[in-house]
Design a protein around this ligand. Structure first.
Ligand SMILES: NC(=O)c1ccc[n+]([C@@H]2O[C@H](COP(=O)([O-])OP(=O)(O)OC[C@H]3O[C@@H](n4cnc5c(N)ncnc54)[C@H](OP(=O)(O)O)[C@@H]3O)[C@@H](O)[C@H]2O)c1
Length: 351
């Protein structure tokens, strides 16, 4: 599908975006692979990693998702869009709420309108478990974006055949500003790690797995769904113990906007949710789940089903974690990430 097509990634210089570029360039031959983001330095850094001479399909567009005109320009003859650009730090969104709304909500609507009007075929928007029953503004903005994307499917006309889907997943192991690089830094510099609450649990996914799941979504999507991968859980305590053996733990308490556990499918969503082998699909609440199952398979989840990080039946062990991060048996991280193993790329941290 991507061979010969034009794929645009908003936020293409972020953790997800860079992993996605590497994987797409390794597996496919797109006509154009367009990076859309604001900061010229980050784009320059990506250009260094993927020189134009080797990757002539790569294009770089400086632009803000808040700027609809710029999106219209960038979406010229684009077939597929992955919407990864977002403000994603919980704390930053708590303290700059309207900035998060302008990027994550207004930006999403700008993108939807540009995609419909410019005839983009399929759009996948990245969402997060924090969008389910949100208690922080980041989650609330991502929930709003999810709703905008699902609603867009309802009002896009038959003549303008753009399909929209959302992918919702949990914490990305090792993404920029996340807890894995924080723990490793604390381990190396101080020999102690700060833990918000040892009983806290999270869903975990690697960047390559997140990218794979998003790319598969382009094949699976009918329009209007939320796709949720089945992924393992681990407590923050177990994560810190595995990553930083022998380090003292300093309990600092939950930060504003932190939940004890995250949820990907709430009991209220169970009526719209369908179970497949390695993922769930949430059809829009206005959609017909039985008809979807008849056409596309899967089984209805039981009423009251909840997919939460503490109720998960798949738990990540320290060995799984090392494997997912591509660590050696001594727990030395960042030597080779899982992606780098696959791609044969150079050693060293990426995000
Ligand atoms: N990381 C996780 O643990 C996680 C978990 C679940 C879901 N997600 C979702 O996955 C997506 C990607 O996350 P990530 O980890 O790759 O984030 P990231 O590393 O912070 O990257 C964000 C990207 O968005 C761009 N961006 C930010 N604001 C923009 C704007 N107004 N206009 C255009 N581009 C903008 C940034 O580049 P510039 O600053 O140069 O514009 C950067 O390329 C987000 O939607 C996030 O909500 C992430």
């Amino acid at each position: 599908m991507i061979d010969g097509a034009s794929l645009l990634i908003t936020g293409g210089t972020g953790s997800f975006g860079k992993a996605c570029i590497r994987i797409v360039l390794k597996r496919y031959k797109p006509r154009r692979l367009i990076v859309y983001s604001r900061d010229e330095l980050k784009q320059w850094q990506v250009r260094q990693e993927f020189p134009e001479s080797e990757y002539p399909c790569l294009r770089f567009f400086l632009g803000d998702v808040r700027d609809k005109d710029r999106l219209y320009r960038a979406f010229n003859e684009v077939d597929y869009v992955i919407h990864a650009a977002a403000m994603k730090q919980v704390q930053a969104s708590e303290y700059n709420p309207f900035e998060a709304i302008r990027t994550n909500v207004f930006g999403a609507q700008n993108l939807i309108e540009a995609a419909i009007d410019k005839g983009v075929k399929k759009v996948v928007c990245l969402s997060t478990d924090k969008a389910v029953a949100p208690i922080n503004l980041y989650g609330a903005t991502k929930l709003s974006a999810d709703k905008l994307f699902q609603a867009a499917q309802a009002y896009v006309g038959a003549a303008m055949a753009t399909s929209f889907a959302v992918v919702r997943y949990g914490n990305v192991l090792g993404s920029r500003g996340s807890v894995v690089p924080l723990f490793l830094d604390q381990r190396d510099k101080k020999g102690r790690v700060t833990i918000t609450d040892p009983a806290m649990t999270r869903f975990w996914i690697t960047l390559p797995d997140a990218v794979d799941f998003v790319l598969q979504t382009f094949h699976r999507m009918q329009g209007g769904e939320i796709f949720v991968p089945k992924i393992p859980s681990m407590s923050i305590f177990d994560l810190a113990t595995a990553l930083c053996p022998g380090c003292a733990h300093e309990n600092i308490g939950r930060r504003p906007g932190d939940k004890m556990h995250e949820t990907m499918i709430s009991t209220h969503d169970s009526f719209n949710s369908i179970r497949f082998n390695d993922h769930f699909v949430l059809v829009p609440s206005t959609g017909n789940r039985d008809r979807y199952i008849e056409r596309h398979g899967g089984t209805a989840v039981e009423d009251g089903f909840e997919y939460s990080s503490h109720l998960n039946d798949w738990w990540m062990t320290a060995t799984d974690l090392f494997d997912m991060l591509g660590a050696d048996s001594q727990g030395n991280f960042w030597r080779r990430t899982q992606f780098e193993k696959q791609a044969g790329a150079a050693d060293g941290p990426r995000d």
